[in-house]
Design a protein around this ligand. Structure first.
Ligand SMILES: Cc1cc2nc3c(=O)[nH]c(=O)nc-3n(C[C@H](O)[C@H](O)[C@H](O)COP(=O)(O)OP(=O)(O)OC[C@H]3O[C@@H](n4cnc5c(N)ncnc54)[C@H](O)[C@@H]3O)c2cc1C
Ligand code: FES
Length: 260
């Protein structure tokens, strides 16, 4: 049964379990009345607590028939509340939002690069690229513990880097790209700003076209405030314009993003 409230849809929770330290996977029954999300889009999840009105944007990790898989890190009160939600209950959701990754182009070799909670959107992306005939290297950076490696390994070769050196390569994803001498015809990345800036510089030096998915802090999550703007390079006096990550993004061509 699908219940609509203030434009939101109450989705049935099928599973909500811990998959790594401070990392949870929640599986929702995807209602037929909503558009099927594409790789790189996100949904806004709502808390039940009345003091937490703003939604928490979470990327589509995988959409599998009528099930939406989301993976979230417990950062603050909102994501901590999500961990208390039980299978069989309902969670309010709005979306899917954002532009998603562009999958156009002749298949070749793709590099997928992620950091921390930038890894979940790589699963659906890897699945879609593989289905289109791409060969994939997936390079994931974590603080100390990996997750989603089994799912990603179905679609390509997974390379892990950890800051602590407890798993895989000891260092960051840029160092790992160089260490393994990886290359590709195109690159997709998602993760924290400093990592994306490094990926942008690396891809430019190698001449690889890249798309970056930004995980900017958001307000409304659907274009009504300006809580999520980022600078996009343009040919005007200041050299940039502001674009909304929630509506115009979260995915932008790497060459257009002006990092601070
Ligand atoms: C498009 C998009 C997709 C996202 N996808 C995922 C995902 O798949 N999995 C996931 O775990 N998280 C994802 N995030 C981040 C997630 O939305 C935040 O972690 C979450 O909203 C935090 O809510 P909270 O109430 O737990 O923390 P809050 O109490 O709101 O914040 C706790 C701390 O986290 C910081 N913080 C909050 N949001 C962000 C952010 N976006 N980036 C960096 N720091 C932040 C705050 O400044 C504060 O220090 C995504 C964000 C965006 C914009
Ligand atoms: S979060 Fe409100 S406009 Fe993007």
């Amino acid at each position: 049964m699908v219940e609509k409230r203030a434009g939101r849809t109450a989705c049935k929770i099928l599973q909500n379990r811990q998959i790594a330290d401070g990392i949870f996977e929640i599986v929702l029954q995807w209602p037929k009345i909503l558009h099927r999300p594409i790789a790189g889009q996100f949904v806004n999840l709502y808390c039940s607590h009345k003091g937490r009105l703003l939604p928490r944007p979470i990327s589509v990790c995988e959409i599998d028939e009528d099930k939406l898989h989301l993976v979230y890190a417990v950062l603050g009160k909102g994501t901590a509340e999500f961990t208390t939600f039980q299978a069989g209950g309902l969670i309010d959701l709005l979306g899917p939002f954002g532009n998603g990754f562009s999958l156009e182009g002749k298949p070749g070799r793709a590099l997928l690069v992620s950091g921390g909670v930038g890894t979940p959107p790589m699963v659906e992306l890897a699945k879609q690229l593989k289905a289109r005939g791409w060969e994939l290297d997936v390079v994931c950076g974590f603080r100390s513990q990996s997750y989603l490696v089994e799912q990603l390994s179905r679609y390509g070769t997974v390379h892990i880097a950890t800051d602590s050196g407890t798993e895989g390569f000891s260092g960051n994803v840029i160092e790992l790209l160089d260490h393994e001498a990886l290359s590709g015809d195109t690159l997709f990345a998602c993760g924290p700003g400093p990592m994306l800036k490094g990926v942008q510089t690396w891809a430019k030096a190698k001449g690889i076209p890249a798309q970056l998915s930004l995980e900017e802090r958001m307000g409304c999550g659907f274009g009504a405030c300006v809580g999520c703007v980022t600078k996009i390079i343009t040919d005007n006096e200041s050299g940039f314009i502001y674009k909304k990550v929630c509506k115009d993004g979260p995915v932008f061509p790497a060459a257009e993003v002006l990092f601070q």
